[in-house]
Design a protein around this ligand. Structure first.
Ligand code: APR
Ligand code: PHB
Length: 391
């Protein structure tokens, strides 16, 4: 098999890249290790920055998002038993975010790719990457029980945090940076209309809680829990009681309860590998960087990477120019580190840390009060949350 761009992974990064390349007249093949159902059902993030929503529209993949997504013009920070709204458009020159589940975006991109785009092979697991240093790139993969080779000009590793692409760059050529957090998130989906119109990020002495949503009928809620927590230790009533305590305010606000349909624990990690290119191999999305979910940045970073890469590949295709491709890693890493900064800031500002002294806890509250009270401080949050410019 032969193509121009071989893409490993059909998450948001791989699918969006394939879509953008198709629109630019560059052919590609996408290899996805899992089956279609698995990829479409996986519960992930749900907030699209303004730039991500715009990129989906520009790629001709925004129609259902615009029909079913919910535009949010702000968030609430809740601490000290009070809510403080951060208004996005007012302090960012009109920017907002879109609530639209990553799984829905993935379904839309898969349907478009199968309909209009190049080959997208499910249950096609990449097992080796070859020839990226000597200009003869190829991906060996197993599909329908048979090992095959995909020859290409460029390989893009969009294979997430547990993929194989990153390791094709020899250890001596790359460097990783990492931070682990001493807590995880217990996430639940519940069949109950959200008890809020905008997301609530709550800090309480018992830890962080987040009220998000998937639609007007389905709520998505998270609780900070210790690392190693077993979801089985959290029956539904215990989850609702703990959410009630962490969201408690001095007003008549109430958290509505409903049937919990999914429950899982996710660890929190910040992680970057540099550079994001080695010879003919490029990395995009979670294959190159992970952020803790508190800033809602992961999906948006993945999309930003492939927008930059698709433009560079389109340029190379149209004119033979390599400059933007050569600048890919540098261009993306600048934004990646801004997102790392914001995500670790949101995480440490809102969670309690088991190592905190009483002094640390008071400084954290002072930081939150500063954001609530100062337009400059809340503008810093709003600009990052709605998304820094791509490219
Ligand atoms: N061969 C083929 N496919 C692979 C292989 C392999 N060896 N290894 C992994 N994959 C596939 C996975 O099955 C997955 O579908 O690569 C895909 C990677 O997708 P994601 O993990 O969704 O990563 P990405 O597209 O970068 O999107 C990042 O997902 O985890 C969230 O918070 C993150 O929202 C962000 C987004
Ligand atoms: C989600 O809806 O899953 C979600 C929203 C905001 C976050 C993280 C996750 O910061």
């Amino acid at each position: 098999m032969r193509t121009t761009v071989g893409i490993i992974g059909a998450g948001p990064a791989g699918l969006m890249l394939a879509r953008l390349l198709h629109r630019a007249g560059v052919d590609s093949v996408v290899l996805e290790g899992r089956d279609r159902r698995y990829v479409e059902q996986r519960q992930r993030a749900g907030i699209l920055e303004q730039g991500t929503a715009d990129a989906l529209r520009a790629a001709g993949a925004g129609a259902r998002m615009d029909r079913e997504g919910i535009v949010h013009h702000g968030i609430e920070l809740r601490f000290d038993r009070r809510g403080h709204r951060i208004d996005f458009p007012g302090i960012t020159g009109g920017r907002s975010v879109m609530v639209y589940a990553q799984t829905e975006m993935v379904k839309d991109l898969i349907a478009l790719q199968l309909d209009e785009g190049g080959p997208l092979l499910f249950e096609a697991r990449a097992v080796a990457i070859e020839g990226v240093a000597d200009g003869n790139p190829a991906v060996r993969f197993v599909h329908a029980g048979r090992e095959q080779t995909l020859h290409c000009e460029i390989i893009v590793g969009c294979d997430g945090f547990h993929g194989i692409a990153r390791d094709a760059n020899p250890a001596a050529e790359r460097r990783s940076y990492e931070r682990q957090y001493p807590y995880s998130w217990l996430g639940v989906l519940a069949d109950v209309p959200p008890s809020c119109e905008e997301l609530i990020y709550a800090h309480s002495p018992r830890g962080f809680a987040l009220h998000s949503m998937r639609s007007h009928q389905v709520s998505r809620l998270y609780l900070q829990v210790p690392n190693g927590t077993d979801p089985a230790d959290w029956p539904d009533e215990r989850i609702w009681d703990e959410l009630d305590t962490r969201f408690a305010v001095d007003s008549d606000w109430r958290l509505e309860r409903g049937p919990v349909t999914a429950k899982s624990v996710t660890p929190m990690r910040s992680w970057v590998t540099e550079p994001m290119r080695y010879g003919s191999l490029f990395l995009a999305g979670d294959a190159a960087h992970i952020v803790p979910p508190t800033g809602a940045e992961g999906l948006n970073l993945a999309v930003a990477d492939v927008v930059v890469l698709a433009e560079a590949l389109a340029d190379r295709h149209a004119t033979g120019a390599q400059e933007r491709l050569d600048a890919y890693s540098r261009t993306c890493l600048r934004r990646v580190w801004q997102a790392q900064h914001f995500s670790s800031f949101m995480t440490t500002a809102l969670h309690t840390d088991p190592g905190d002294t009483p002094f640390d806890a008071r400084v954290r509250l002072a930081r939150l009060h500063r954001i609530a009270d100062s337009t400059a401080a809340s503008a810093e949050l709003a600009e990052n949350y709605t998304g820094l410019p791509i490219g």
